[in-house]
Structure formats: structure tokens, C-alpha cells
Ligand binder design. Structure first.
Ligand SMILES: Nc1ncnc2c1ncn2[C@@H]1O[C@H](COP(=O)(O)OP(=O)(O)OP(=O)(O)O)[C@@H](O)[C@H]1O
Ligand SMILES: [Mg+2]
Length: 343
């Protein structure tokens, strides 16, 4: 991803892009900090693409995803027979990234015992493969990222101070989406165009009230959360006007402080409501032409899977006596309508 593909026009995001342009030509280490989903990996790739190293490899390693016992070998490689199961000599990520960029994601999870070896590789650009006395020299630029507060880890002695300063030569702080509200509209337009094309479902209009609701939300999962939400909105919009998969006036959170748990609950409610509404219009027919799956633009099996997940019966509810049977207001309303014969 180059800086050209990065969406955002807020002053804070433009300042980040200006930093990327300034630091790309040099080889100094970069430390990208920011909440989850703010775009740390895309910025790391943008740095690589804007640098003279772009013709060589961008190698990424998520330090949190590899068991610590295997991390040393992943980073620095090993010789045949270095440990049980090491059948061949293997290059590590440092060597794979020679001439290019090594992206160390979730650097806060780097085990303490491995940190001196990493520090030496950064400072001296040399290391030894596991089980070998031979020194390997490499020319690698390191970009690291974390959503943890590394300085706090240093003060708790969970991260080495010398490694922190070595990585933090050029710090980049990615602001959360709620601090760059100006980026919400261009990002929404970008994701709508992307998903409309991939679902072959043209969307011609994003109404102002939809944008207002999106701007009012806190987005604890940042750009990733917005992207997933727009994917669902495009999928569930009945026509060519973007509709939020929920009632914007009642269900979309309006306050700026909202836990992600309650957001996902409202989104699940909205999904359930939309599916129930569609089933009602399709006379509870799931498959076939004009069935709910057809109307929602989903494969029948996907809809059935979603219905089960959301606790929706796959059959038309039986007519019931007036007494409500289901406790949740949504389904109670649904069954009340069934009982009244309006479904
Ligand atoms: N400025 C941007 N323009 C377009 N898409 C973006 C932008 N920033 C992030 N994204 C998209 O948002 C998603 C999350 O980005 P990314 O994986 O880089 O975040 P992250 O900060 O590394 O998250 P995590 O901390 O969870 O690893 C990706 O799908 C990415 O393509
Ligand atoms: Mg990431």
C-alpha cells in the first residue's frame, strides 16, 4: 500500500503522511504506536513503498503470534540439527528482509530474553543463526509497531530501555479515529466503493444522516471497525442508498463513550431485526427466487448460518395465544405480530 492508497485528509493524518515522506529515504528505525485498527501495518508498508528499499522485500513478523520458544529461530534462522525437528538450515526473517524492511508487529510481546540479541542485530546489523557460530551480516531497516504503552513496559522492567530507545529513533503516533472525525467521510466513501464493487451491488448515495451517525460513534476498533461496519451496511442496504444495518435514531450509539461490547450487541440486534423484516416480506421463505436469502443477496446457507447465530428460528413462528412467550422486546414484537396475523 503506498501513501496514495491511504485515505484521510484530517490535519493529524496529513501530519503522519508528511512524517512518512520525511523518514522514508533514511534507514533509521521507526516505532509506530497507536490503538488497534488505526492503520499501523498500512503505515509500515507505506514507509517501505516510499523508501529506496521498495524493490526488495517487506517482511512482517507478528511477535505475539509466535510461541516465544520459536521466535528466535523465526527471527534469526537456524542450522540443521540446532534443535529437535530442525531438519534443514533455515533463514530467519532478518535474512529474508536483507536489502528491504523488517516489520516487527506487536513488539511489546518480544520476550525479554530475546531482546539483547535483537538489540545487537539492530545496532551491529549482525547475528548468528541458532546452532551456528558463523556471523551473518544483513542490511535491514526495522519498523516496529505496538498498541501497548512501551514506556510503561520499560518502567515495569518488562521491556529493555536500551532496545526501546534503539527502536524509538523515529516515533510515529497514529491518532484514534475519534480524534480525526474529518477522515470518516472519505474512509466511508472508500469502503463503500470497495464493497459495492466486490459485492456487485452499486451504492449511489450515502445520506447525510448516515454520515452524521458514523461521525458521532466512538469507533473503539478504529478504521478496522469502520471497514467491517461498512461492509455489513453495503451488504444489507436494500437498494442503492446506503442504509445502516440498524435504526440510526435509536440503535446507533450517539454518545462518544461507548464500550465495544454494547456496540456489537446493537449491531447484532440490528442484524436480527433486518433479517426478521426481510423474512416477513418473503413470507418466511428462505431459499428460492424472492426468498429472504435472495432479497438479502446472501447464499441460502449463509443466511441460515446467520439466523442460527442470531437465534432466529428457521421456520415461520406458529400462531400463539396473546400471552407473550419470548422475553426479548424484539422477538416479543415479532411474535405479537405473528399472533395478530400480520406476519
Ligand atoms: N488510512 C487508511 N486508508 C484506508 N484503509 C486503511 C487506512 N488505515 C487502515 N486501513 C485499513 O484498516 C484495517 C486495519 O489497519 P491495520 O491492520 O494497519 O491496523 P493496525 O493498527 O495494524 O491494527 P492492530 O493493532 O489490530 O494490528 C486494514 O484493513 C487497513 O487496510
Ligand atoms: Mg497490526
Amino acid at each position: 500500500m503506498t501513501t496514495l492508497d491511504l485515505i484521510g485528509s484530517s490535519p493529524k493524518f496529513r501530519a503522519v503522511l508528511a512524517d512518512v515522506a520525511r523518514l522514508a529515504p533514511v534507514d533509521s528505525a521507526v516505532l509506530i504506536q497507536g490503538e488497534t485498527g488505526t492503520g499501523k501495518e498500512v503505515i509500515a508498508r507505506a514507509i517501505h513503498e516510499a523508501s529506496p528499499r521498495r524493490h526488495n522485500r517487506f517482511v512482517a513478523l507478528n511477535c505475539a503470534a509466535i510461541p516465544s520458544a520459536l521466535l528466535e529461530s523465526e527471527l534469526f534462522g537456524h542450522e540443521r540439527g540446532a534443535f529437535t525437528g530442525a531438519c534443514t538450515q533455515t533463514k530467519g526473517r532478518f535474512q529474508m528482509a536483507d536489502g528491504g524492511t523488517l516489520f516487527l508487529d506487536e513488539i511489546g510481546d518480544m520476550p525479554l530474553e530475546l531482546q539483547p540479541k535483537l538489540l545487537r542485530a539492530l545496532q551491529e546489523r549482525e547475528f548468528e543463526r541458532l546452532g551456528s557460530a558463523q556471523t551473518v551480516r544483513v542490511n535491514v531497516r526495522v519498523v516496529a509497531a505496538t498498541n501497548q504503552d512501551l514506556e510503561q513496559l520499560v518502567s515495569k522492567k518488562l521491556f529493555r530501555a536500551d532496545l526501546f530507545y534503539r527502536l524509538n529513533v523515529i516515533p510515529i503516533c497514529l491518532p484514534p479515529l475519534r480524534e480525526r472525525i474529518q477522515d470518516i467521510l472519505p474512509l466511508t466513501e472508500f469502503f463503500v466503493a470497495k464493497f459495492a464493487a466486490s459485492f456487485a451491488k452499486p451504492i449511489d448515495l450515502i445520506p447525510d444522516e448516515v454520515v452524521a451517525v458514523l461521525k458521532a460513534h466512538d469507533w473503539p476498533g478504529n478504521i478496522r471497525e469502520l471497514q467491517n461496519f461498512i461492509e455489513r451496511a453495503v451488504l444489507f442496504s436494500p437498494g442503492s442508498v446506503l442504509r445502516l444495518p440498524l435504526d440510526p435514531t435509536q440503535r446507533m450509539p450517539q454518545t462518544l463513550k461507548q464500550s465495544s461490547e454494547s456496540v456489537s450487541r446493537t449491531l447484532a440486534d440490528a442484524d436480527r431485526e433486518h433479517i426478521l423484516e426481510t423474512l416477513k416480506h418473503a413470507d418466511w421463505m428462505i431459499g428460492g427466487q424472492g426468498g429472504a436469502a435472495d432479497r438479502l443477496g446472501l447464499p441460502r446457507t449463509t443466511l441460515i448460518y446467520k439466523m442460527r447465530k442470531l437465534g432466529i428460528e428457521t421456520r415461520r413462528p406458529q400462531r400463539r395465544p396473546a400471552k407473550p412467550i419470548v422475553k426479548t422486546p424484539l422477538l416479543a414484537g415479532h411474535f405479537a405480530a405473528a399472533a395478530a396475523g400480520t406476519l
